[in-house]
Design a protein around this ligand. Structure first.
Ligand SMILES: [Zn+2]
Length: 206
């Protein structure tokens, strides 16, 4: 398993390539913009793209999808249905992702020989998911190094994100955490230092 990242789009969203180097296959997580750079990174990896996974439906995570679908005809794109735009006043924040397939809690996908498991982690948005692959968590905007995602957008909920953070914090071991913005971290570091995760785990007074 090899994980690489590039920052894309207007507000520096982390796009990740999850590669099975043996099988020369990769998944693209959150191509938020700059389709040409994302496609170049995939080409440089030597891996064929097999899927696009969206951690949630915000425009800064989905912006390059249509162009990548045009470059890679037939590639499946997954987005939880709760984040699919359903009314025009939300279309700016949740632009439609034509052809996106629904995925949800407990679904699993193969990326070459790797297995990706979907965990529903709402709070930043209703349809937010975390993708788990081995000892790596792709959390989108649920968990950041030292922080968590905003909950003041439509569909956001502080109670829900605390429940999601609790769930992530209670996972076994010390997985690597690849968030939707800013630098990667580890679950142990966040258990120790992240005030939101600590509040969720009742390690400090909320
Ligand atoms: Zn977001």
């Amino acid at each position: 398993m090899n994980i690489s990242s590039l920052q894309v789009g207007p507000i520096g969203t982390n796009c990740y390539l999850l590669c099975d180097e043996q099988e020369k296959t990769c998944a693209v997580i959150d191509p938020g913009g700059d389709a040409g750079r994302v496609a170049a990174a995939v080409q440089a990896s030597g891996c064929a793209p097999c899927a696009v996974f969206l951690t949630h439906g915000h425009y800064d995570h989905t912006g390059a999808v249509a162009e990548l679908q045009a470059r890679w005809p037939g590639i499946p794109v997954y987005l939880n249905h709760r984040d699919a735009a359903d009314s025009s006043d939300l279309a700016q924040l949740f632009p439609p992702v034509p052809g996106a397939r629904d995925y949800d809690e407990g679904d699993t996908f193969s990326v070459g020989g790797l297995t990706v498991l979907v965990l529903a982690t709402p709070g930043h948005s209703r349809g937010g998911v975390t993708l788990r692959c081995g000892d790596a968590l792709f959390c989108g905007d649920t968990l950041f190094a030292g922080s968590c995602g905003r909950t003041d957008f439509p569909g956001g909920s502080m109670d829900a994100i605390l429940a999601s953070l609790k769930r992530l914090g209670e996972l076994e071991g010390n997985p690597a955490v690849y968030p939707g913005h800013m630098e990667p971290t580890t679950l142990d570091a966040e258990r120790q230092w992240n005030p939101y995760l600590r509040q969720a785990l009742h390690l400090e007074r909320g």
